[in-house]
Design a protein around this ligand. Structure first.
Ligand SMILES: [Zn+2]
Length: 497
């Protein structure tokens, strides 16, 4: 097989497997009763998974053999090996998750038969693949704004799972209708809870766990400060005492704040089926500690008690909290020059990290690519290094900068960090969509091979979205591709014309 053929086939794979070899010879035909052998440690559910996915992907039922084997030291939950020969597919994995990953890879490689008017079968070139993730946590952070339709979130969950992300943090911005506190939701923008529940269960089926986020410090408005909106206070002035006077940050001296927040986070936690992680936000709490009672207290003590309370609340349930890093480091500190930190000198929070439990996962959001002025421009990412050296598990969190995504992926793998959480915020459409679902997917699974967005990888992404559309029977124009409209799609992706 020549170099061009290898490149064409490799560009179809997002992410690229760790070891991959294509072979010459007759192709394997995906047809009724084609031979598939799965060797696996944990049998449970594997036959159902393989048969369902073959039916969904290619409309066929394979002649499937399942063989058992003992767990090996080298086994990881999500790893797999694949061998495709002329007459058989061999899959080896320790778990059902690994088998699902193998099938996702095969779907990306399979090509529709040639030379016919109507596609009825697919084929695979012969290959050998040994694949495993570079990091344990590969997450995507998705925001559900009042403007975001849930079909768009479903589409992103599906493409994230197809590209082997294993977690999706879901930040709902004032649209979740809490039973315990209905006033914490926009009255005219609440979502159908049953729809969100369906997405949580869908994630479980696709191999991606949905993690709820609720902001326990700043962003208490459930909006961004630049909009001047506030999910609660815009309509109900009686709730003002729960917040600092400007309404941006929760008031930490008011015991009622903690009571309300406890109700909210536990309701979300239960609704998400008790996930292993809960994201508590905690970024950009600029006006923290400004009311009469808070400003007369030691802010560090208030924030520590607040975070530790919620840490303990979740620890009792066996769940770990994730928090953004920025308030823990101080602006003006030369060590972080060129990197994002948000603690102000007057907050005096720069020593707070010393008093926090070391199983809190620090999500270090760095959205640029701060070049070094030496021969090697690669950023040093000192904030992530710092939290690692202080023995916190660390997630690196890029946004749209492709060089930043690639560099942070390599860095997380080299430093053996906990993982990566790709953020999307309000720009998860148009050209940015490809950066997020190509470059970040490569960066978090196998950062050593990251072509980023090229002409061909962008086409592969479009093809993958189309395949997922077939799974759900999408037949509406605006739900295809990554922009709702082709003419004047605008900055806001979900405008209804
Ligand atoms: Zn206060």
């Amino acid at each position: 097989m020549n170099e061009r053929e290898v490149k064409i086939l490799t560009d179809r794979l997002i992410p690229v497997p760790q070891q991959l070899e294509f072979k010459d010879g007759a192709e394997y035909i995906l047809k009724e009763k084609c031979r598939v052998t799965v060797t696996i440690c944990d049998y449970s559910g594997v036959e159902k998974t393989v048969k369902e996915l073959f039916k969904l992907f290619w409309g066929i039922t394979p002649d499937l053999s399942v063989k058992g084997r003992l767990l090996k030291k080298s086994d990881a939950l999500e790893s797999y090996t694949l061998e495709v020969s002329e007459d058989e597919i061999l899959i080896d994995a320790s778990s059902n998750t690994g088998v699902m990953n193998a099938l996702k890879t095969l779907r990306q490689l399979a090509e529709a038969e040639r030379g016919v008017a109507k596609t009825e079968s697919y084929f695979l070139v012969q290959c050998a693949i040994n694949d495993f993730p570079a990091m344990a946590f590969r997450g995507i952070h998705l925001c559900v704004f009042p403007e975001t339709p849930l079909w768009d979130i479903e589409r992103q969950i599906r493409i994230a799972a197809y590209h082997k992300f294993n977690y999706a943090v879901i930040e709902t911005w004032g649209i979740f209708p809490f039973e315990s506190h209905p006033e914490m939701c926009w009255a005219d923008k609440k979502i159908e809870k049953s729809e969100l529940k369906r997405l949580i269960r869908l994630g479980q089926d696709l191999g991606i766990t949905l993690i709820p986020q609720f902001n326990l410090l700043g962003h208490a408005t459930a909006s961004r400060s630049i909009t001047g909106k506030h999910a609660v206070l815009s309509y109900d002035p009686s709730l003002q005492s729960l917040f600092e006077p400007e309404g941006w940050t929760w008031c930490l001296t008011n015991p009622e704040t903690r009571r309300v927040l406890t109700d909210l986070v536990l309701e979300l936690y239960e609704f998400y089926d008790y996930p292993p992680f809960f994201h508590i936000g905690c970024d950009e709490a600029d006006n923290i500690g400004t009311c009469r009672d808070c400003r007369r207290k030691e802010l560090k003590d208030l924030v520590r008690d607040h975070i530790c309370y919620f840490h303990d609340l979740f620890a009792k349930q066996g769940t770990r909290i994730i928090m953004w890093h920025d308030m823990l480091l101080q602006t003006g500190d030369e060590r972080w020059k060129g990197y994002i930190v948000c603690g102000l000198p007057e907050h005096k929070l720069s020593e707070l990290y010393k008093e926090l439990p070391r199983d809190i996962i620090i999500a270090d959001w760095q959205y640029g690519y701060p070049k070094e002025k030496s021969e090697d421009p690669e950023p040093h990412w000192p904030t992530a290094k710092f939290f690692k050296s202080e023995e916190f598990p660390v997630l690196v969190c890029p946004w749209l900068n492709q060089d930043g995504m690639k560099s942070l992926g390599r860095f997380a793998a080299e430093e053996k960090l906990f993982g990566m959480l790709e953020t999307t915020w309000h720009i998860s459409h148009d050209r940015s969509f490809a950066h997020i679902f190509c470059t970040a997917a490569y960066a978090s699974w196998n950062p050593s091979v990251n072509p980023g967005v090229t002409l061909s990888t962008r086409l592969s992404l479009a093809h993958h979205l189309r395949q997922l559309g077939w799974d759900t029977g999408i037949d509406e124009y605006i739900k295809t591709g990554w922009s709702q409209y082709q003419v004047d799609p605008g900055h806001h992706p979900h405008t209804v014309i």
